[in-house]
Design a protein around this ligand. Structure first.
Ligand code: TXA
Ligand code: MG
Length: 314
């Protein structure tokens, strides 16, 4: 934000809350985040208590630009190559600089830091106005569906958190997380940036982290993103009493609540609709949500990952 362009009253107000150690929800292109000053341990503690999040689960640090990111993490040549996806839905887990000033509670003492520059212009304007990097998980109570609109954040926290409204999220699933250790890369979480795109820039395969991988994302719990309703995946059609989340052609037998992730079978559109449609079907009070099969290619990897966690035993 340049000096000649005055901040909107909203932005200045939210930035002031952040500078004073408060917690606010803000839009990113992936999902809404619940942000606090990453250099202030008390402020970050407010995120964990608001969300009910386990303390061992570290937070992503959101930066306004590459300068800010480079003051926090050590960038290998390989990390610099991936920085071309910024601003955008990529989180890199890198070595934390000892002089970064990031509160220990943000990184759970791991010695690494998850870092990203969001593409949503309001997110970057907010970070710039606050003047500090923002630690932010998704703005949902721990274990529940991620929010892709301001209204979902308000519903999730019962109005206890001020929300900067930036409209619906354009990507709709969380960032792809890549851990980089020297020359080694591994995908810790499938997300809004397809693995194939990363592989084509690096010109080599990017393996997915396995359960026993030395660098795992501590937050990848089996049950996550859980709606109130039970879930049934790979369902060609709904059974009586089930709500149905379709993809592409809709079965003629659907009689209950129905949403279609993408009538044309477009995975990007499906990712954008995923959480909002799960929220909507859940709000109908259906006992169970049946979901059509989703191909495991491109953004389908991230969509299926979220669906499996939503369906996992709680
Ligand atoms: O799109 C997103 O990434 C959204 C928006 C708000 O930026 N944020 C988000 O944060 O999804 P959260 O907290 O819901 O998920 C962050 C994941 C967790 O699984 C956490 O364990 C992992 O990132 N993570 C964070 N720092 C890490 C680190 N140093 N090493 C390994 N995993 C890390
Ligand atoms: Mg989350």
């Amino acid at each position: 934000m340049s000096d000649t362009q005055p901040l909107s009253p909203d932005l200045a107000h939210f930035a002031a809350i952040l500078r004073n150690g408060g917690v606010v929800a803000f839009p990113t292109e992936t999902v809404y985040g619940l942000g606090a000053d990453a250099t202030n341990a008390d402020a970050v503690l407010g995120i964990y208590t608001t969300k009910g999040r386990p303390r061992f689960n570290p937070l992503i640090v959101h930066c306004a630009d590459l300068d800010m990111a480079e003051r926090i993490a050590e960038f290998s040549p390989l990390a610099h190559r991936l920085a071309r996806f910024w601003p955008g839905p990529l989180t890199m887990v890198l070595k934390l600089r000892p002089d970064a000033g990031i509160a220990d509670i943000v990184t759970a003492g791991l010695g690494t830091v998850g870092i990203r520059i969001p593409a949503h212009p309001l997110a970057r304007a907010l970070i710039e106005a606050a003047g500090v990097p923002l630690a932010a998980p998704s703005a949902n109570p721990s274990g529940r569906l991620s929010p892709t609109s301001a209204a979902q954040v308000v519903a999730g926290f019962g109005g206890r958190v001020p929300v900067l409204d930036g409209g619906p999220c354009s990507a709709g699933v969380e960032s792809t997380i890549i851990a980089i250790d020297g020359d080694a890369v591994v995908q810790l979480r499938a997300g809004a940036l397809g693995r194939e795109e990363i592989e084509s820039v690096l010109e080599r395969p990017v393996p997915r982290a396995s359960e026993d991988s030395p660098i795992a994302a501590p937050g990848m719990l089996a049950s996550h993103y859980a709606p109130n309703a039970a879930m049934r995946l790979n369902a060609a059609s709904p059974e009586p009493g089930e709500a149905y989340l379709a993809f592409g052609e809709e079965p003629e037998t659907a009689t209950g609540a129905l949403r279609n992730l993408s009538v044309s079978g477009d995975l990007r559109e499906a990712a954008r609709n995923l959480f909002a449609m799960l929220h909507a079907l859940d709000a109908t009070g259906a006992q169970r949500i049946a979901v059509a099969p989703i191909p495991e290619t491109g953004l389908g990897e991230a969509i299926n990952d979220r669906l499996r966690r939503a369906a996992a035993p709680r």
